[in-house]
Design a protein around this ligand. Structure first.
Ligand code: PFF
Length: 460
């Protein structure tokens, strides 16, 4: 083992408490996936019935991989690449499993390159709402403003750069001084902002319609595609399969119970998704807007609602601040595997690793910036029918969300369930007896089968 390839053993490089880790991992999980995507796909897939399937998927696929990935990370105590190199040797398994580490670091690098561009939109919308850009304007004008933002490479580049600078700054300051401080401050703010939004939503005429839309199960509306969407979203929303939890797990003190911790993280993540739905849909219905309008739901329909409601400047600014907080705490988690690997492999100090890793990601992000304007007719893989008309951004999103994340999750479940030696697992995971046996059954059979089905579905 070379000198830069040591596990984190000093207390100062570990999370200071179980709570700090929970906030950081929940910060990673809670993001655009919860606030934008979850309400929208719920609306499209039959409301309450879809929510029940999504909850089952969180329990049977999300939580087992969350536990396995964190456990692997703590056991390895290094970056995802270093951890897998170490564990394949110490567990006596095939070296092929090392691909899990590489897949994680590369996927988190790529996902941040486009997540940052979208994170930049929330910065723009905080400013626009605060300065009253939407007050009293009509739907066409709001849509026009969103279109104008996407059409401007300079604007997108500026806000992508600002967003990446925030992320680099936080990650560069280290685990305790940067990530931990940021999530301890930002996650409670996120909760308070969400609750304020839900309380406001309760006062609108659309509240009961919103609650119905989210929670009344109508199984006749649930399709096979809906079930698969729920499965895929359960993985994305918990940030599993991408090395992030392995990296965060490597800083986890040995005495923390991983199973209990993972369940707390999943509960927080689901709570935020449900609260976001309760905050957003009443506004949509009270203003007779279209619930299933995709990216437009947040950036087009909601500003319209904010522009018309009393106190709209306040609540609108609050809402986009919330989106920014959620996006930042997810983005810092995406930079961590890359930084941890640079520190370990290149021996660079933390700040330099964050700066160089972040700059490289920023550079790749320019591809996404241009996808919305100058390169909007560049379709690199259009010679393959399935990718016809897909921009650089569409392809990156597909590669990470539909290929690298599910494959990573599948490999993690198989590695922990089948390849690792069993002796220390119950203690490492924090489960015993029949509960442990039940968990292992799910991890070995149910989870891989579930992921394989989603993966194949997304491919065809
Ligand atoms: N879980 C985040 C969300 O729901 O928005 C997305 C995400 C974060 C994906 C971190 C991947 C990742 F590594």
């Amino acid at each position: 083992m070379n000198q830069t390839d040591k596990p984190h053993q000093q207390a100062s490089t570990l999370w200071s408490s179980r709570m700090a880790f929970i906030l950081a991992a929940a910060g990673s999980a809670v993001g655009l996936g919860n606030i934008w995507k979850f309400p929208y796909i719920t609306g499209e897939n039959g409301g309450g019935a879809f929510v029940l399937v999504y909850l089952a998927c969180i329990a049977l696929i999300g939580i087992p991989v969350l536990i396995a990935e964190t456990m692997i990370g703590r056991r390895g105590g290094r970056s995802p690449i270093g951890t897998m190199r170490h564990l394949t040797a110490s567990e006596g398994t095939s070296r092929g499993w090392r691909a899990i580490g590489w897949n994680g670091v590369i996927a988190s690098f790529l996902v941040l390159s486009f997540y940052s561009v979208i994170g930049g939109w929330s910065l723009v919308y905080i400013g626009k709402t605060a300065f009253g850009a939407f007050t009293g304007v009509d739907a066409d004008a709001v849509g026009g403003q969103f279109g104008a933002l996407l059409a401007s490479p300079v604007q997108l580049l500026i806000w992508h750069s600002v967003f990446m600078a925030i992320v680099i700054f936080i990650v560069g300051r280290g685990i305790r001084g940067g990530l931990e401080k940021a999530v301890k401050l930002l996650m409670p703010i996120l909760f308070v902002l969400l609750i304020v939004m839900v309380i406001y939503a309760m006062t609108t005429a659309g509240f009961s319609e919103g609650v119905n839309f989210l929670f009344s199960p109508d199984f006749s509306k649930l399709t096979t595609a809906g079930v698969l969407t729920a499965l895929g979203h359960a993985a994305f929303t918990l940030s599993i399969g991408i090395g992030v939890l392995m990296a965060y797990g490597s800083y986890l003190p040995p005495n923390v119970n991983i199973a209990q911790t993972a369940i707390s993280i999943a509960i927080l993540d689901v709570a935020v998704a449900l609260l976001a739905g309760l905050a957003i849909f009443p506004l949509v219905f009270a203003n007779a807007l279209e619930p299933g309008s995709g990216p437009g739901l947040i950036f087009v329909t909601l500003p319209l609602a904010f522009g018309q409601m009393p106190g709209g400047i306040f609540f609108g600014t609050l809402f986009f601040a919330l989106l920014l907080v959620a996006a930042v705490t997810s983005a810092i988690s995406m930079l961590e595997p890359v930084v941890e690997w640079l520190e370990e492999h290149k021996g660079a100090n933390r700040f330099k690793s964050a700066l160089f890793g972040g700059l490289a990601i920023w550079f790749i992000g320019i591809g996404t910036v241009l996808s919305f304007n100058i390169w909007d007719d560049v379709h690199p893989l259009s010679f393959i029918a399935a990718f016809e008309g897909q921009t650089v951004f569409d392809l990156l999103d597909f590669l990470v969300s539909n290929l690298m994340m599910p494959l990573g999750g599948l490999a993690i479940a198989l590695f922990a369930g089948w390849a690792m030696q069993r002796a220390r697992l119950p203690e490492d995971i924090g489960l015993q007896g029949a509960v442990y046996d039940g968990f292992m059954f799910v991890l070995r059979y149910v989870t891989p089968a579930g992921i394989a089905v989603v993966f194949l579905y997304n491919l065809i």
